[in-house]
Design a protein around this ligand. Sequence first.
Ligand code: PEP
Ligand code: MN
Length: 366
Amino acid sequence: MTNLDIIPLKDWGLNTQRPLVMAGPCSAETEEQVLKIASQLDKTKVNVYRAGIWKPRTRPNSFEGVGSVGLRWLQLVKQEYGLKTATEVANVKHVYEALKAGIDVIWIGARTSANPFAVQEIADSLRGVDIPVFVKNPVNPDLELWIGAIERIHQAGISRVGAIHRGFSSYDKSKYRNTPHWQIAIDLKRKLPQVPLINDPSHITGNADLIEVVSQKAMDLNFDGLMIETHCNPPKAWSDAKQQITPFRLHEILNNLVLRKEYIDGSLMDDTLEELRAKIDYLDNELLEVLLHRMDIVAKIGEWKKQHGISIYQSARFESIMDAARLKSMNIGLKEDFAEIIFKSIHEESISIQTAILNSVLLKNK
Ligand code: PEP
Ligand code: MN
């Protein structure tokens, strides 16, 4: 999919200047809560009021959303505060009810976008409907699956389709609730430049204290907007309490955002940037040459191991290479875990080269 016929975000009718801001609670809880949050939002900064009506929860017996009654509260938000409204849909019934209630924007959640059958059913139910649809990244880090979900919605005739980057599930504990894997979002933007891309720092971080830095990073990476969970009383929220922020804090974050100039057709590229980029290109070239040289030596070692009947993987050797890389990195001021990732990958490639050498010999000997 290259030439997606997508309407530019500024013409979606969401009265937006970059960034598009979608804010509101994780879940609609009561009419009072929904309207209180709406009353506290700065309508000049927030374009769309978000609230989950049907909540996909990891474990049963937790709050699974108020259901259709909440759609009425969103209608009141629209009537009383003039905000556009958005909610998550996970099946055809949700689509039907959201459309009937006049919801302005719908989004497909991360658990749903991971399931092509579910996405296709939603897409089919949207045929002939003119509504903006955002597709969150699937819970698993799979760019093609994300693109596929966007394609399914687009092929149903939706010309206002966008993407929301909300990070990816991982079993590893990290400071984030969902690993951002920024490169996946960047690759999506590269492959589908016409699809607006929104960042959801709430579900990435799972932590109210980290919303600001992740929002700024998204702006620096040229995201088109932000979806931020906002609650009048975060500690008392019925879902995702740790990551929600107050409308007051939201406004602070939005006011602090630095929107750097977009790079357009080289017009903002000055000589210094040209020069720095030339240096980077030169160094990248050197890096590749050095890697090639290293792999030539790896191949020689492979031959030697074959002749002496020694196994390819020597764990002590691997550990000593990693230790040396970590130590050197620390001494010269590179991040240790960065060096670790690079050396693991180099080592993997070395093993694959040596395996090929060993296998070719085995074949010859057959
Ligand atoms: C949400 O936006 O409240 C939500 C459930 O998000 P996700 O699908 O990203 O988990
Ligand atoms: Mn949530």
